[in-house]
Design a protein around this ligand. Sequence first.
Ligand SMILES: Cc1cc2nc3c(=O)[nH]c(=O)nc-3n(C[C@H](O)[C@H](O)[C@H](O)COP(=O)(O)OP(=O)(O)OC[C@H]3O[C@@H](n4cnc5c(N)ncnc54)[C@H](O)[C@@H]3O)c2cc1C
Length: 498
Amino acid sequence: MPQNTALAPTPPPNRPDGQRPRVVIVGCGFGGLEAAKALSKADVEIVVVDRTNHHLFQPLLYQVATAGLPAPAIAAPIRHVLRKQIAHGNLTVLMGEVTSIDTASNCIVLDGGEHLHYDELIIAAGATHSYFGNDQWAKYAPGLKTLGDAFTIRRRVLTAFEQAEREMDPAAREPWLTFAVVGAGPTGVEMAGTLAEISQHTLREEFRRIDSRRARVILIEGAPRVLGVYPEDLSERANEQLKDLGVEVLLGAKVTNITAFGVHFDTVENGVPTSHFLPSRTVVWGAGVAASPLGRSLAKSTGCELDRAGRVVVQPDLTVPGHPNIYVVGDLASAKSYQDPANPTPVPGISPGAKQMGRKAAFNIIRRRRGLETQAFRYFDYGSLATIGRRAAVAMIDLPFTKKQVKFSGFPAWLFWLFVHVYFLIGFRNRIVVMWDWAWAYFTSQRHARVFPDPHALEPNAMLVRVPPPSAVASPAGTAAAATKAATTSAPGSTNAA
Ligand SMILES: Cc1cc2nc3c(=O)[nH]c(=O)nc-3n(C[C@H](O)[C@H](O)[C@H](O)COP(=O)(O)OP(=O)(O)OC[C@H]3O[C@@H](n4cnc5c(N)ncnc54)[C@H](O)[C@@H]3O)c2cc1C
């Protein structure tokens, strides 16, 4: 049934003190930043609240996690990005965590307990990791969402090689040289590919006791193919490229537990369910995404519906039902595109979706304040890109003005991926830094962001654990099938933190 995609105009609420209406934007990621910029000429007072001091370009976060880029190359201070609007006098930036939303009194509540009034609210708080109810795995298998996550992964990866060099017992050394990545979505695939590159190229002449090229990178995926949201032929090509880079890909493997000593998973082989244990001291989580907890707070306050991932189900104009002054955009929104109003389609959780939603929310605020009806969101899909590693990527691009799509992979897709990501980076200086670092890395295989703070201070005992791994059969280097078979064991597991 065709839906009424435009909402009837409601008179803009007046502020009792006669001041300009206040638009509060929670989160300055892709959605929040676009909303703030799109409101720059509107006659409103804008307050941007973020729990960090920076806008983060998440698509290149794995480069920080794998020591390819320094953090400032992919993150910019929010104050600096929005300095012109701050100087203009209509925008304030506050660093703080929003803990709840009180829609009865039109206030957001900050971590210090302060209440901040809004006339219009845009919530763009993004997403976080989901461990599918197993939050205890988080300390052994960090996910990749924030700069803090990237620093943790970088430290653990580089520390694992250091620990392997120190370890005299070959059996105890193997788990330090085994890197497990759980989840073969875009993040897992790019992490696995780049870890393989580090071991094969970057570190190969820098150790005496170990050969870094013997390190194993194992990508564990529950589904039957990698990059499941891509068409099957591109998934297949991604799989081949991963193998060419030296990654062992385990498909149809369901992770059942993660400890300080490795990953337990189940497979079904010839119809027989089998349990396995993969000894590994470094596990990266790329499997699950959940919406920001602010979605739950909003649902508590407004009774709005949440989807299975905790995202707020929004109206066609991106507002919360019954609350025409509250918009939810980006990864926190379960939104539909009304390109074809009779057949709305879900908007994917990627940066173009968040940016376009942020702009639409700002646009609808301006329309509503002028007494005009708001408009339904229409998502413009330009295609998808996923990088796998050095000279390896897959691309699916919609050609403009036609209904045609082109698919390509390998070196051309990788070059295209480089160009797009540099183009969308914020700041002229960042683009130069990233282009220079990538060119240097391409020709020398070096990664220059390899320093990290004293690990003892950050994770006590990180370098000291000498507890033997649980009774498990260590899997030899080799094929994915060999890894599955050889790693099979009944699976105990101490939970001592490493
Ligand atoms: C590792 C990784 C790789 C990715 N690669 C790609 C890619 O290649 N291409 C692509 O298109 N998309 C990619 N994405 C997805 C893309 O980054 C997201 O879709 C996009 O960031 C969503 O934008 P957003 O504004 O909803 O949230 P975000 O960009 O995540 O911004 C949320 C902001 O809200 C702030 N915040 C959160 N909670 C609070 C709170 N309670 N109080 C105050 N502030 C808060 C955060 O600090 C953050 O600044 C990737 C994501 C990740 C994690």
